[in-house]
Design a protein around this ligand. Structure first.
Ligand SMILES: NC(=O)c1ccc[n+]([C@@H]2O[C@H](COP(=O)([O-])OP(=O)(O)OC[C@H]3O[C@@H](n4cnc5c(N)ncnc54)[C@H](O)[C@@H]3O)[C@@H](O)[C@H]2O)c1
Length: 366
């Protein structure tokens, strides 16, 4: 199998611990890291140790090379758009971290730039490659809990963040950072890139920056299904919370990173309720409540995953799809047009919750 030459921009939590972790692992039979761009000399030294690759302080040095098959843009979120645009304009394929950019117009500009330069790009939304998500989607398609009425997605924690992911000038905050993954999954569950009806609340609860750390939103699609998304930084019981809770006409499903549990009844095992206009009573005449005589079934599935192994699984699957797209022209797992629709949702939530920019980038920060 031909290996592709890759450069990584930014060797931090994403560049080193997610992309780098996959690229260093035995599961990587498809790419060779030939360059890392990292402003921090200590992190650049780690990258040289990991890959024996060239390192640079500026991504513009990559334009001197002619051996790159693609570039991973794992820089700060606000730098994704200008750097990715420049890379595409220089004829380089790009795998860009989320969030791609601020507005749908910027996404369109990147789509046009890629087209004009005969290259492709994708966005690293890898969460749909999780085992729990693949199985949950399959079960819901089989209607094991009937018709879906309400889906609750939760990314709670007890969190008091103080890093750049709390700063508006960096395009940070819990929506574009955390909820972005769940909203992408929700769009896939809804099977639509339409603009849903949105009600939302964003706020700053525990973080010291000016970007939101609390988000609650309801997305209602034209088929009537409602999706709720919560990122709550004051949940000290978050370890018990399901990643998804799905309410259906015949049951309920709880989905965690390492297991799915669902409880349901079967139509053929229970009587069809007949509407009673008068008060209902037991055979002895005493007042009664509705008794559906439901026969409950419960099933569960377990996955051998924790947060880090799930990152490894998803990266492996994502990179193999990306490889297939670059080498064999396969369909992209994450298409830029889909992310354009997602970013339109972000903009609507921000329109409903204007936040005040309180901090300016210091001169010694890139
Ligand atoms: N898909 C995911 O699951 C996932 C997970 C974590 C982070 N991310 C995304 O990855 C991006 C990076 O986040 P992080 O948590 O890794 O940040 P980080 O602060 O841990 O690391 C960023 C690194 O990039 C370097 N850097 C940034 N811009 C640079 C530039 N122009 N030139 C040279 N070096 C540069 C910094 O020096 C730093 O070492 C963010 O956009 C974030 O949203 C995605």
């Amino acid at each position: 199998m031909r290996k592709l030459n890759v450069a990584i921009i930014g060797y931090g939590r994403s560049g080193c611990d997610i992309h780098g972790a996959f690229l260093r692992s035995p599961a990587n039979d498809i790419c060779t890291v030939v360059a890392v761009v990292e402003n921090d000399p200590a992190r650049a030294a780690v990258a040289r140790e990991h890959f024996g690759c060239d390192t640079y302080r500026s991504y513009k040095d990559l334009f001197e090379r002619s051996d790159l098959d693609f570039v991973v843009d794992a820089s700060y979120s606000d730098l994704h758009y200008p750097i990715t645009k420049d890379l595409l304009a220089h004829g380089l394929n790009v795998l860009c971290e989320k969030p791609l950019c601020k507005t749908p117009e910027m996404v369109q500009d990147l789509i046009d730039t890629a087209k004009a330069n005969n290259v492709i790009f994708t966005i690293f939304h890898q969460y749909r490659f999780n085992d729990y998500y693949i199985k949950m989607h399959e079960l819901l398609q089989q209607k094991v809990i009937g018709d879906i009425k309400l889906v609750r997605a939760c990314q709670n924690s007890f969190s008091r963040r103080y890093d750049w992911q709390t700063l508006l000038y960096r395009d940070a905050g819990s929506m574009r950072n955390n909820a972005a993954h769940s909203i992408e999954q929700i769009m896939h569950l809804a099977g639509s890139d339409e603009m849903p009806k949105i009600q939302s609340k964003m706020d700053i609860w525990n973080s010291v920056g000016d970007a939101e750390d609390y988000l609650f939103c309801t997305l209602e699609y034209s088929d009537g299904v409602r999706y709720e998304m919560e990122v709550n930084p004051s949940d000290a019981f978050a370890q018990d919370a399901a990643t998804f809770t799905i309410y259906g006409s015949r049951g309920t499903m709880r989905v965690y990173i390492d297991k799915i549990v669902y409880r349901y009844y079967l139509d053929e095992e229970v009587p069809v309720p007949v509407l009673q206009h008068k008060s209902i009573h037991h055979p002895d005449g005493s007042p009664a409540y509705c008794n559906n005589q439901l026969v409950w079934h419960e099933e569960s599935l377990e996955f051998d995953e924790d947060i880090w192994s799930s990152f490894a699984t998803c990266s492996n699957r994502f990179y193999h799809n990306w490889y297939d797209a670059l080498v064999n022209g396969a369909e992209l797992f994450i298409k830029p047009e889909h992310i354009k629709a997602q970013i339109a949702i972000f903009c609507e939530i921000e329109r409903q919750n204007p936040l005040e920019v309180k901090f300016k980038k210091p001169d010694d920060v890139i």
